[in-house]
Design a protein around this ligand. Structure first.
Ligand SMILES: *Cc1c(COP(=O)(O)O)cnc(C)c1O
Length: 232
């Protein structure tokens, strides 16, 4: 089996090829290493291989890992990419650097109020339900402009952009469509006066399509750490 370090090298080659095909500089795409369900030692191995941005889905698991890896805190950036309930906003505002999954004003207001004064503003992406799935979290495209304007005005947050988890699609062209829709939504918000620079989109299976449409953060777990389902 390939090591974490080998998988990371291979992934950076994938990202570089996708950037080349899209005529984009390779530095325009950041790899967010999704460490959910994998132990702190896996994060240490990825950090030793050069990674510094890590994504967690579950608040408590993320908090535990951040505490376990406190010795690396200054060298790592922690991103919450999973659902956030209002009773967990305080611990998230205190511990994380980014939240990609904001889809309600109330959550954003609490994060802003609870972000400690001594820390940099919390970096925020609004999660958009780009495939309009009834069961998925994320705000609709129709409601996005109003929420974005309100969140951008909150003092202890910095609204950076948009995040989406599109429905799985088979071929490259089908994969591109939801990513293109998210990129167009970001461009529209910027035309209306916001200054957003982040498109958090693309995972192990569709990162080439996401990069072709302008992704600036790709969130990758299984291509680095292996299959989560196959773990005991
Ligand atoms: C798990 C997860 C990922 C990573 O998915 P892989 O298919 O393992 O690369 C990315 N984004 C979110 C929101 C996730 O929950």
């Amino acid at each position: 089996m390939a090591t974490i370090s080998e998988n990371i090298q291979e992934l950076h080659q994938r990202i570089a090829r996708a950037c080349e095909a899209a005529h984009r500089p390779v530095q325009s795409v950041t790899l967010l290493t999704v460490s959910k369900t994998f132990p702190g030692d896996a994060v240490r191995a990825a950090h030793a291989a050069g990674e510094r941005c890590f994504g967690e889905n579950y608040v408590q698991e993320g908090l535990d890992k951040i505490a376990e890896l406190a010795d690396l805190r200054g060298a790592l950036e922690w991103h919450l990419i999973g659902p956030l309930q209002s009773n967990k906003t305080r611990v998230v505002a205190e511990a994380f650097d980014w939240v990609h999954s904001v889809d309600r004003l109330k959550i954003a207001q609490r994060l802003s109020e609870q972000r400690p004064a001594g820390l940099a503003p919390l970096q925020i992406c609004l999660q958009v339900n780009i495939s309009a799935e009834a069961s998925k979290s994320g705000i609709s495209l129709a409601e996005l402009p109003a929420l974005a304007a309100q969140v951008a005005a909150l003092p202890r947050l910095r609204l950076r952009g948009l995040m989406a988890i599109p429905e799985p699609a088979g071929d490259f062209e089908a994969q591109r469509q939801p990513h293109r829709a998210l990129a167009q939504a970001l461009a529209e918000l910027n035309r209306q006066g916001l200054t957003l620079d982040t498109l958090s989109m693309g995972m192990s299976a569709d990162l080439e399509a996401a990069i072709a449409e302008g992704a600036t953060i790709v969130r990758v777990g299984s291509a680095i750490f292996g299959n989560r389902a196959a773990r005991a």
